[in-house]
Design a protein around this ligand. Structure first.
Ligand SMILES: Cc1cc2nc3c(=O)[nH]c(=O)nc-3n(C[C@H](O)[C@H](O)[C@H](O)COP(=O)(O)O)c2cc1C
Length: 175
């Protein structure tokens, strides 16, 4: 086997299913895809995601003290690509700028994406400095999904994005 630069170790984990982290504060509606996420605990239900410290969505989530994770079908890949390749630092409504539709979350003060196949609404719990990223930990407040989820995904209507990296553009596994 050949040696690999430790900085790109995350690429060995691809293909990964990105989720879109959404957060809102005042008039700002931020969103960015993340692949570095995990469910951390079942009882209480906790999720964690690793966010680059300079990302504007992380800043919005920290101000709002809540955030949501939106899972999108692969037909929205170009919007997810937009969210992952443009910073919302100077955008009030990055969700609309990506071609997606912002709608109010059910339990938290946050705009989520109407086109989502599933939404996980979270209350901010803590942040842990992990190198040049922050591990953002949230307590799950509300979860909802399309009919395709029957305790497990059936993949009849929901087709996940399988992200393989940005070499030569946003690429998907199996396309
Ligand atoms: C598919 C995909 C997955 C990504 N995963 C992560 C991630 O796990 N953590 C992270 O900090 N950035 C990740 N990024 C990069 C951010 O989404 C990107 O820097 C984004 O433009 C930040 O936007 P913002 O500044 O508006 O928050 C990912 C990008 C793509 C395209």
């Amino acid at each position: 086997m050949k040696p690999i630069d430790p900085k790109i170790v995350h690429r060995l984990f691809y293909p990964s299913v990105p989720v879109v982290l959404c957060a809102s504060y005042g008039e700002r509606r931020s969103a960015m895809p993340v692949v570095s996420y995990a469910s951390l605990s079942e009882e209480p239900a906790l999720v964690g995601l690793s966010c680059f410290r300079g990302s504007s969505t992380l800043k919005t989530a920290l101000r709002a003290r809540c955030f949501a994770l939106c899972i999108l079908d692969r037909k929205y890949s170009s919007s997810v690509e937009f969210l992952g390749t443009h910073t919302g630092k100077r955008m009030k409504d990055k969700i609309s700028a990506s071609g997606l539709t912002p709608v109010k979350a059910k339990k938290i003060a946050c705009y989520v994406i109407k086109e989502s196949s599933a939404v996980v609404e979270c209350l901010y719990m803590r942040k842990i400095k992990t190198g040049d990223h922050f591990l953002l930990v949230g307590k799950v407040a509300e979860v909802y999904a399309s009919e395709d989820f029957d305790d497990y995904w059936r993949f009849k209507s929901y087709k996940p994005i399988l992200y393989t990296g940005m070499k030569g553009g946003f690429s998907l596994y199996g396309t």
